[in-house]
Design a protein around this ligand. Structure first.
Ligand code: F3S
Length: 277
């Protein structure tokens, strides 16, 4: 008999829950709206939103919008310049930037204005980091794993992408201590990320196979996968219940199967996957 065990903290975080809830709510009262990129990294939710009138456009397509259109800002946030452009074009803004991301943007702006150079731990191509970098005139030194391969000058302020791994943060701080006399380190890894990573870490040590559910483009889901894979070789990243068919053979001998899900994976997808397992 197979035992399916779900990680204590998994699935929608506070920021994503709010963004999805408010977007569906917005549609019932206002009708159509646009998001600059997918609202969250989950194709099933995006499809539902699209069916109801929330359409995804590229950040480069802002010029195609008309006055009085509405743009929903995603949890990842956007650079300051994007707010300016939307306002100049008289476009309504429904701002659903996660408050934890707003906190990073404010800190970065504050320290940058006070003469600090900004260091960000994260993925330079991720919209959250592109957004944060926009609060220091795109001048940040961005490191993906904590390695420092360029000389850093002056006073430094260091922050992290909300979905970063604690181990990368510790690597970066260790490396900074070797090259910088004065730096302010603000660990901005969000609590929801931390809790999900800890639960996944613990569970993946106890099970025969581990299933990580979430979008392939989701940064926090990918990190959960990496953490679980270290402890449990039979770890698989799937987007939804349908994909269980592709791994069925590989986990057929697994008696204890752990399940975790990224912060942008809705409850109904997790339940369906658990039932299929
Ligand atoms: Fe916000 Fe953390 Fe979720 S930053 S969007 S609560 S993963």
């Amino acid at each position: 008999m197979r035992e399916i065990i779900r990680a204590k903290n998994s699935g929608f975080c506070f920021g994503v829950e709010r963004a999805v809830h408010d977007s569906f709510g917005f549609i019932t009262t206002h009708g159509r709206a646009y998001t600059l990129g997918p609202l969250i990294h989950n194709k099933d939710v995006i499809q539902k939103l699209e069916n109801q009138g929330i359409l995804e456009i590229s950040i480069n397509d802002v010029e195609k919008l008309k006055e009085e259109d509405t743009v929903i800002i995603r949890t990842h946030g956007v650079p300051m310049a994007v707010y300016d452009e939307l306002k100049a074009r008289k476009i309504h803004i429904e701002d659903l930037t996660c408050p934890y991301v707003i906190n990073i943007q404010r800190k970065v702006k504050d320290y940058y204005d006070r003469g600090y150079n900004i260091v960000i731990l994260g993925d330079a191509n991720h919209p959250e980091i592109i957004g944060i970098n926009g609060y220091c005139e795109n001048s940040a030194y961005i490191t993906k794993s904590g390695a420092l391969d360029l000389p850093l000058k002056g006073k430094l302020c260091v922050v992290a992408q909300t979905t970063e791994k604690q181990s990368n943060w510790e690597t970066l701080i260790g490396n900074l201590a070797k090259v910088s006399k004065e730096f302010v380190a603000i660990n901005t890894i969000c609590k929801a990320t931390e809790d999900r990573q800890k639960s996944a870490e613990e569970l993946s040590k106890e099970v025969d196979a581990m299933i990580v559910i979430g979008g392939k483009a989701s940064s926090n889901t990918t990190k959960l996968y990496e953490i679980c894979k270290r402890n449990c070789p039979l770890t698989f990243h799937i987007e939804n219940a349908k994909e269980i068919g592709t791994i069925k053979e590989k986990i057929k001998k697994a008696v204890r199967v752990g399940v975790t899900a990224g912060a942008s994976t809705p409850e109904w997808i997790i339940k369906e996957a658990m039932e299929n397992l």
